[in-house]
Design a protein around this ligand. Structure first.
Ligand SMILES: Cc1ncc(COP(=O)(O)O)c(C=O)c1O
Length: 378
């Protein structure tokens, strides 16, 4: 699905030198390299504060802790997402309230959010899934009206620019109270291991986030609140700092690959290509099709048999995962989420795809799709 090796070889000299420099310095945890990366990321991201941490899951957990969410509080999230978004709530005994997504953008349905608000609701957690922005205009208005926090799960959306109706442009992840991201190697800004970051424009919140990520320390060996140990190591920060300079080019390469697929599949009645709302810059962390009347799992297998990777993100929505039985997961009826779960398939998309590879992938997809018996159309 990704080609991180070729991507590495294009920046090998710079990366190798930076990694060796960290090893020579012996400053493996914290220090200048981590601080410089955080400052550069804050500038790129137009966020006042960046708190690096160990991974995107921790980022979400620390965000919920810093906002003071308590056991029994409710957070509204999509079910159509990666498990980390909602798992952290459950871990803190906060109740995830699952709502529908917009079937065009795959992101949380703002109208469904408003209907799900109760006196226990404390936060909304929109996910910029596959790299498309959630409807932040409406979500921020709802949050303001009901005095709720907004934690953006920007693990798949880093670099997306959202335009509000008044023309204001903001990077996703810097719109809500807190933004969270992941540097998992396949992400648009991927480390050579695990990593994550938390974004905020609020000075007091930034202090709390920093403390919680560092054992609740206000100063060394003085622990004011219960925290955790979540650090981005210096080797990862050094690599990420180099890759950050290429992030916009990486996004442009992904968008170019998406354009190629779009042109190849447009007009095919059995394939719905990814929607791109005009008010966002889709960063195509994933290129995800909705199949109409095609046996999706058979296509997945056919592509694998022909040397083409494809993935189902995600085969089981969160509300149907066993881990949420105790939170009443099985009682939800989320028809759009279930409908999408049965029909989505993601094709390889990354910075190193060339047109020959893409044409091969397209030919394989179309040869299967166009032969699907019409009777299968649901
Ligand atoms: C939407 C979403 N949220 C959260 C995460 C968690 O990030 P990490 O794997 O770095 O913990 C991921 C990444 O896998 C993700 O895609």
């Amino acid at each position: 699905m990704v080609d991180t090796k070729t991507q590495y070889h294009k920046i090998k000299k710079e990366v190798d030198e930076a990694v060796i420099a960290v090893m020579e310095s012996s400053q493996f945890i914290g220090g200048k390299v981590v601080n410089d990366f955080a400052a550069n990321l804050a500038a790129y991201h137009q966020s006042k504060h960046v708190i690096p941490c160990a991974n995107g899951t921790d980022a979400l957990q620390i965000a919920m802790m810093a906002l003071g969410l308590q056991p029994g509080d409710e957070v509204i999230t999509p079910s159509f997402t990666y498990i980390a978004t909602v798992e952290v709530a459950a871990l803190l005994n906060i109740k995830p309230i699952f709502v529908e997504v917009d079937p065009r953008t795959f992101c949380i349905d703002a109208d469904a959010v408003e209907k799900a608000i109760t006196p226990k609701t404390k936060a909304i957690v929109p996910v910029h899934l596959y790299g498309h922005a959630a409807d932040m205009e409406k979500i921020m208005a709802i949050a303001k009206k009901h005095q709720l926090f907004v934690i953006e799960d920007n693990a798949q959306g880093i670099g997306n620019i959202y335009t509000f109706a008044d023309g204001t442009k903001k990077k996703t992840g810097s719109i809500g109270d807190i933004g969270c991201t992941s540097f998992y190697p396949s992400k648009n800004l991927g480390a050579f291991g695990d990593g994550g970051a938390i974004f905020t424009n609020d000075d007091a919140l930034a202090e709390k986030l920093k403390m919680i990520a560092s054992h609740g320390q206000s100063k060394r060996y003085y622990h004011d609140v219960v925290g955790c140990n979540s650090r981005l190591d210096a080797i990862q920060a050094a690599i990420l700092d180099i890759k950050l300079k290429h992030l916009d080019a990486y996004i442009a390469a992904r968008r170019k690959a998406a354009d190629f697929y779009d042109a190849a599949f447009a007009g095919n009645e059995r394939i719905t290509i990814p929607y791109r709302a005009e008010n966002n810059l889709h960063v195509f962390h994933q290129y995800t099709l909705i199949l109409n009347g095609v046996d999706r799992d058979a296509l997945n297998q056919y592509l694998a048999d022909n040397g083409v990777p494809s993935m189902i993100y995600y085969p089981v929505p969160a509300h149907k995962q066993k881990m949420f039985d105790a939170f009443g997961g099985s009682e939800y009826e989320l028809a759009t989420t279930d409908w999408l779960t049965e029909r989505v398939i993601s094709l390889p998309i990354h910075t190193e795809l060339d047109e020959e590879q893409q044409q091969f992938i397209v030919d394989k997809v179309l040869s299967f799709v166009n032969q699907s018996p019409l009777t299968f159309i649901l």
